[in-house]
Design a protein around this ligand. Structure first.
Ligand SMILES: [Zn+2]
Length: 379
């Protein structure tokens, strides 16, 4: 067991990062890229843990057993800060605050590590604030930026960061991780890895949570229920409702895990009143969680659209007879019937309608309106 154990299918990246962690002068700015769900943030946390690991032998760093490794991985290490935004993009104010924090010396470890999730969600003016911080970092600060691909960040940033490219992990590796780490049922783990298209976080929820599976099933069966405009309106409302329920369920599980980890790290008593210092830390965590909840809803809406797209992607696979694996193999007969009643051109048009709704949702249009327009185009 080490900090690298839970990064399925990323052998090359693990080798690169463990070598860097063993060095006494690691590069101070990194750009981690990889498709959503490939484990970008987990890789960044694992790297932070390895950099701070307390093992005396540099080559053994990232042991996964020492206090620094533990706290860096569970999000309670004071020297590891993770920047997330609840908004569609980071505000300049948010970035300024973080840049100021990056000036501090590490509190107990060797480094202060600043992880920026979704570094692509930044306007150019905001990026320039970050750029200055990366160009002239304090000697003990390391920045780790995460984005879907190198092209998603400005070239000025990209050129100052060492690149780390994660790939979409193979389905089997994701399934194995769920079985080993989370104790998932093997058949469910394989199903979840396939329908989530190797998105580790989504696959985990689908494998472990029956309600999440039921919600996804309602989404991908939706095109089968559409007969007329009134069905489309009802379906749109249903999609918004499903994504809200999904966001709430995802946040709830994560929030509770974070709370427990923080209490444990702070050495909180099991019963009785919490000391004021611990209460204030908890309050801080709760505020961060509240900010994140808004973001969870928009992420979840996007996920609904991705799931819906898989239905038409499968229909197209059947219509073109490419013989590729169906994402929704469990719906094969329904998909075949649907494919027989429409043309590839119609299918492509419907996929375009979903893509257009995704684009509109990213501009803060009312979810119900965007979904209604889309559902009508799926008729
Ligand atoms: Zn360690």
């Amino acid at each position: 067991m080490s900090v690298w154990t839970d990064l399925p299918g990323q052998g090359a990246v693990v080798e690169q990062l463990s070598r860097a962690a063993a060095s006494e002068r690691p590069t101070h700015a990194w750009l981690f890229t990889g498709p959503p769900g490939s484990g970008r943030t987990n890789a960044a946390r694992a790297f932070a843990a390895a950099l701070l690991c307390e093992q005396p032998d540099p080559d053994a760093r990232g042991c996964g057993r020492c206090h620094a490794c533990h706290t860096a991985l569970n999000g309670s290490n004071a020297d590891v800060m993770v920047m997330v935004t609840e908004n569609v993009s980071f505000t300049i104010q948010e970035v300024r605050e973080w840049v100021a924090k990056a000036q501090d010396k590490p509190s107990s470890g060797r480094w202060r590590i600043m992880i920026v999730e979704d570094a692509d969600r930044m306007a150019e003016r905001t990026t320039n604030v970050l750029l200055k911080a990366i160009e002239e970092p304090p000697p003990r600060t390391i920045w780790i930026l995460c984005a879907p691909s190198p092209a998603d960040v400005l070239v000025t940033i990209r050129s100052r960061c060492r690149p780390v490219g994660l790939r979409t992990p193979p389905q089997q590796d994701v399934a194995d991780l769920l079985i080993r780490r989370d104790g998932a049922d093997p058949a469910l783990a394989e199903f979840a890895a396939r329908v989530s298209q190797s998105h580790i976080g989504i696959a985990r929820r689908l494998a472990m949570d029956e309600e999440a599976r039921r919600r996804r099933d309602r989404i991908v069966r939706l095109p089968l229920r559409l007969r007329g405009v009134s069905d489309a309106v009802v379906a749109a409302g249903e999609l918004v409702e499903i994504s809200n329920a999904d966001a709430a369920a995802a946040s709830e599980a994560r929030n509770e895990a974070e709370r427990q980890a923080l209490l444990q790290t702070l050495g909180a008593p099991e019963t009785g009143t919490l000391p004021p210092a611990i209460r204030s830390q908890l309050k801080q965590l709760e505020e961060e969680q509240k900010r994140r909840a808004k973001r969870a809803v928009s992420d979840s809406l996007d996920r609904v659209m991705i799931d819906l797209t898989t239905f038409f992607r499968d229909v197209l696979t059947l219509q073109l007879g490419t013989g590729a694996q169906l994402i929704n193999e469990q719906l094969r007969s329904e998909l075949e019937a649907y494919a027989g009643k429409s043309t590839p051109e119609q299918t492509l048009g419907r996929m375009d309608a979903i893509a257009e709704a995704r684009r509109r949702l990213s501009t803060n249009v009312s979810p119900v309106l965007a979904m209604e327009a889309m559902a009508v185009s799926l008729l």
